[in-house]
Design a protein around this ligand. Structure first.
Ligand code: PLP
Length: 418
């Protein structure tokens, strides 16, 4: 039953967020197509997670595949220092055109965490070049998640995140509650009065805090925190690594609030879930702070595989697939179906809350004792769903059919009420 390659590789692969001593073996996948994952033993799972929220057009989209194959035959990779290639330069122009306001200077990397690191580094260097090196700490929020590297970890929620494990190693930052009510708004205002002059930037996932538990906040909350931080001179960083490319119903979540940050981080669905790529995009004013005769005022970063042509070509193809409006047009219907089919769980025993925003539906449990058992039940029900803490959620491909989505929500209702 277990394929030979799995048996031979299993003792050698160290898996993510996994206690290797107790974890079940991973499921061998032989093929993906649309919203389906085909297992080696012939079973087929409907995917509720779009592979960590990346495969926004479903798997194996023929347009992306054709573009990547074409790129592979001419220029799979070349270094980005001193050399230029068409996909990388066309993509930067396309992102500048797709993003709101004057977010127009694109720095490439290969993962979301690094895109966040780069945004934080840009903020520190920005204040250095403005003669304010003491502005180097960051403001972030409870419930937030921004990645697994050290500075990114430092701006994650200190309770849920990995702070405790690395305390003493992760630099301390200012982590506050989102200003969702008068009390938390006053606390944020007070904190900024006292410490605003020491802070380089604020970082937030606009409207939807993803990995921290699929928590939703309002446009007003985002507006309040953005305006308060701006009033104290902080740069505003929106981490749209999860929310970007249609997830919340608009191309970028910040567009629903008509807000433009100073820096935006993109990754996850950037290449339609095909190849690793991330981007940190700055406004003209931020970019201008680095414009100088002095070489030591240049942005000090440069990942080896930055701007990879295969990934850039995939990202261009993915952006093209949004152009006819069909993808974004599908989101309200997905949201409506999620509300109709997960909503009835409200008030059931053990269910704390149901939240829907765009193509994200989450069910928060009072508690979760048997994570492995829950995971197994979902696979037995023919669906691929992995709870985040006490939150069972769906972030499917935006191409998911009503029937496929119905299978996912029915599995959640059945498993959670069993
Ligand atoms: C996934 C994620 C990251 C980290 O991205 P990686 O590619 O896993 O490093 C950062 N911020 C947000 C909001 C994310 O969802």
């Amino acid at each position: 039953m277990t394929p030979n390659w799995l048996e031979r590789g299993l003792p050698h692969v160290w898996r993510p967020y996994t206690q290797m001593a107790t974890a079940n073996a991973p499921l061998p996948v032989v093929r993906t197509e649309g919203c389906r994952i085909y297992l080696a033993d012939g079973r087929v799972l409907i995917d509720g997670l779009a592979s960590w929220w990346t495969a926004c057009h479903g798997y194996n989209h023929p347009v992306i595949r054709a573009e990547v194959v074409d790129q592979l035959s001419t220029l799979p990779h070349v270094m980005f220092g001193g050399l230029a290639h068409e996909p990388g330069y066309r993509l930067a122009a396309a992102l500048a055109a797709a993003l709101p306001g004057d977010l127009s200077h694109v720095f490439y990397s290969d993962s979301g965490s690094v895109a966040v690191e780069v945004a934080l580094k840009i903020a520190v260097q920005y204040w250095q070049s403005h003669g304010r090196p003491e502005r180097h700490r960051f403001l972030a929020f409870r419930g937030g998640y921004h990645g697994d590297t050290f500075l990114a970890m430092s701006v994650c929620d200190p309770e849920e995140g990995m702070h405790r494990r690395f305390s003493g190693t992760v630099p301390p930052q200012d982590i506050l509650h989102l200003p969702e009510d008068p009390e938390s708004t006053a606390a944020l205002a007070r904190h900024l009065e006292l410490h605003g002059h020491e802070l380089a930037a604020v970082i937030v996932e606009p409207l939807l805090q993803g990995a921290g538990g699929m928590r939703v906040h309002s446009v007003e909350c985002l507006r309040t925190l953005t305006e308060l931080c701006r009033a104290h001179g902080l740069l505003v960083i929106y981490d749209e690594i999860a929310t970007g490319f249609g997830r919340t119903g608009s191309m970028f979540a910040c567009q629903q609030a008509q807000l433009v940050p100073d820096l935006i981080c993109l990754s996850k669905a950037l290449t339609g879930g095909t190849l690793p790529m991330a981007a940190t995009v700055a406004t003209k004013a931020v970019f201008q702070a680095f414009w100088s005769e002095r070489s030591d005022q240049a942005l000090m970063h440069g990942p080896t595989f930055m701007g990879n042509p295969l990934a850039a070509r995939a990202a261009l193809a993915s952006l093209g697939l949004f152009e006819d409006g069909v993808r974004l047009g599908a989101v309200p219907q997905i949201a409506e179906q999620l509300r109709a089919e997960l909503g009835p769980l409200v008030g059931r025993p053990g269910i704390k809350a149901v939240r829907v925003l765009g193509a994200m539906g989450a069910v928060e449990l009072e508690r979760l004792d048997d994570l492995e058992g829950l995971r197994r039940s979902f696979v037995e029900a023919g669906v691929w769903i992995r709870p985040l803490g006490k939150v069972v959620y769906l972030m499917p491909s935006l191409t998911i059919t009503p029937e496929e989505l119905g299978t996912l929500t029915a599995a959640i209702r059945r498993v959670l009420t069993a």
